[in-house]
Design a binder for this molecule. Structure first.
Ligand SMILES: Nc1ncnc2c1ncn2[C@@H]1O[C@H](COP(=O)(O)OP(=O)(O)OP(=O)(O)O)[C@@H](O)[C@H]1O
Length: 249
């Protein structure tokens, strides 16, 4: 059995009378990709925000790398090895690809003074940035201005910036959004590569990508998990077909 890196136990988030996430339990394991799907408003983004600490849960428990991090702020959760990409791009468009990744690698260092004081600090940041650049397949674009690369490459850059913080758990929110076929294929290849050594959670509307990549598939509707497990079994589930995937799934 693969190593468990993140566990959510019965996480709930209420906004007034609405349970946007309602007692959701989920496990992320190293070398595996867990896809979360569901119609608009199902609670996928809210769940991602709960796992990253961007939102505190109303109830439930979150365990990251064996530590209870329920209610911890996002910076603390990031330091313990969780990285996330956002639906909206976080890139500094006037900077080069390399500068963006390097800034992200630098931001991981808890205290700027500490890395300045250490002789090997800058070298370590550069090494982290180089690894992320390469892993994300952007080496040939390193010196391009981020605003001038393609939409698909900007999404790769976002992932590279997350990788520069050396996370063990990666939460990816719709990395294929707005991509053409060729770009989507490249992103699927990249995510396949990233599975090695990381625990991935993918929130995605592109079903081809989901079924190509997922080891585990969770379906949410109205804040609740209606099915979870091996993708082929979840796809065949009558409740899932009725609620979400439709007859052609
Ligand atoms: N800050 C908030 N305050 C009040 N209600 C919210 C808030 N954030 C989300 N919601 C509500 O919670 C529910 C779940 O929203 P969420 O964005 O998590 O769904 P989603 O599955 O990510 O949808 P999409 O696929 O459109 O991104 C929706 O009804 C939404 O309107």
């Amino acid at each position: 059995m693969a190593e468990v890196l993140l566990q959510a136990h019965e996480l709930t988030k209420r906004f007034g009378g609405l349970a946007a996430v309602d007692r959701v339990s989920l496990t992320l394991q190293r070398d595996r990709l867990h896809a979360v799907i569901g119609p608009n408003g199902a609670g996928k983004s809210t769940l991602t925000n709960l796992l990253s600490g961007d939102l505190p849960p109303t109830s439930g428990r979150l365990v990251l790398a064996g530590r209870d991090v329920t209610g911890a702020p996002p910076e603390a959760i990031a330091r313990l090895g969780l990285g996330r990409s956002y639906q909206k791009t976080n890139i500094f468009l006037p900077f080069t690809v390399w500068e963006n990744i390097r800034l992200a690698a630098q931001a991981r260092t808890p205290c700027a003074a500490r890395w300045l004081a250490r002789a090997d600090g800058i070298a370590a940041i550069n090494r982290r940035a180089e690894r992320a650049l390469e892993l994300a397949g952007l080496t040939a674009r390193a010196h391009r201005i981020a605003g001038t690369i393609s939409h698909g490459e900007q999404r790769q850059l976002e992932i590279a910036m997350t990788l520069a913080t050396e996370p063990q758990v990666l939460l990816l929110d719709e990395p294929l959004a707005g991509m053409g076929t060729a770009e989507a294929e490249r992103m699927i290849e990249l995510l396949q590569t990233l599975k090695r050594g990381h625990a991935l959670m993918l929130v995605e509307h592109d079903m081809d990508a989901v079924f190509a990549l997922a080891d585990t598939l969770t379906v949410m509707v109205n804040g609740q998990v209606i099915a979870s497990g091996e993708p082929a079994a979840v796809r065949a589930d009558a409740g899932v077909q009725a609620a979400y995937l439709g007859e052609d799934a």
